[in-house]
Ligand binder design. Structure first.
Ligand code: NDP
Length: 300
């Protein structure tokens, strides 16, 4: 009975082995998921003590980056920044290695690192992680990684790369994963800026932040619908399609926001640059448009 329950496929195809460089918060979270899924894992970290808990879980600890890279074809890098990748891999033989670089960086850095790895005989895939460490290995939390660069590498290792988080391949240009990653995170910081301003406005009043919080959350969710409208307007080149609140009306309202900030003793330094762009676009005669023209102003 017990013998019949053994899956012959999984028995004949053991989980592929891989190497991971970097055992910070993110690297450690990644390592745990691969070990839990039965992937033989070789790890290296500059500070060796951080590898000890993983060794206890079955990881092989390499003494140097070169030793770790030599151990497996698939080499995942999760170090702090591109400079630390350079520091770890400089002089290491990358011939025949598949390097997956999960370090957050710019598109330009990713393209340069791709060329650097390829010159050394390796294949390169860049990754932008859309998750924080507690989301890694928790599919219901929705973690995923943007990948770009060698599609052959991606396809070959897709199953292994899918263990800690979902995968989204966004193009052969190695810079695209970083481009998508930074685009999403930049929008996030815009949202954080607005939220900071909102909480600053109620500071000192008899309004509890926890009373405002659910209202703010549902309002931001409702307004997120504008993202798709902006995309459609950019693609059509017509920024008057589907306009709900035109630019002229919105610019007319901006003094209210600035005066309210002043009344409440709050700096308008986060809002003012955006309002200035709206006013510039209005001055170009775009009063009937949506706010989409701001995108063009930023690209000048
Ligand atoms: P940590 O600060 O926790 O860890 C940094 C890692 O880089 C450690 O392993 C550290 O080694 C190593 N390191 C730093 N400098 C050097 C160097 N000069 N040479 C060799 N190793 C070095 O960062 P995270 O693990 O959180 O982040 C890793 C990457 O993942 C970053 O690029 C980050 O942007 C990205 N990321 C992180 C997210 C997060 O929420 N944490 C979310 C999405 C992406 P040592 O232990 O010796 O200090």
């Amino acid at each position: 009975m017990a013998e019949n329950s053994v899956d012959p496929v999984s028995k004949s195809t053991p989980a592929p082995s891989l190497t991971l460089l970097g055992l910070g918060a993110m690297g450690t979270a990644l390592a745990r998921t691969w070990l839990a899924a039965g992937h033989p894992l070789t790890v290296w970290n500059r500070t060796a003590a951080r590898a000890e808990p993983l060794a206890a879980l079955g990881a092989t600890v390499a003494a140097t980056p070169a030793e770790a890279v030599a151990a497996n074809r698939l080499v995942v890098v999760c170090l702090l920044d591109d400079a630390s990748v350079e520091a770890a891999l400089d002089g290491v033989d990358l011939a025949g290695r598949d390097v997956v670089d999960l370090v957050t960086g710019t598109p330009g850095l990713a393209r340069a690192r791709a060329a650097w790895v390829e010159q050394r005989g390796g294949r390169y895939l860049d990754g932008g992680i859309m998750a924080v460490p507690p989301m890694i290995g928790v599919p219901e939390a929705g973690p995923y990684v943007f990948y770009s660069g060698s599609q052959a590498l991606f396809e070959e290792h897709r199953d292994t790369l899918s263990v800690p988080a979902g995968t989204r391949f966004v193009g052969a240009d190695a810079g695209f994963a970083a481009l998508y990653d930074v685009a999403l995170l930049s929008a996030m910081y815009g949202m954080f800026a607005g939220v900071a301003h909102a909480f600053a406005l109620i500071g000192g009043e008899a309004v509890a932040p926890s009373d405002l919080a659910p209202l703010l959350t549902s309002w931001l969710r409702a307004m997120a619908g504008s993202v798709t409208r902006t995309a459609l307007q950019l693609e059509s080149g017509d920024y008057t399609v589907g306009v709900v609140s035109n630019l002229a009306m919105q610019v007319a309202g901006t003094p209210t926001f600035l005066r309210t900030a002043e009344e409440q003793g709050v700096s308008a330094e986060l809002l003012a640059p955006y309002f200035a762009l709206m006013a510039r676009r209005l001055a170009e005669g775009a009063g009937a448009e949506d706010l989409t023209g701001v995108v063009d102003l930023l690209r000048r």
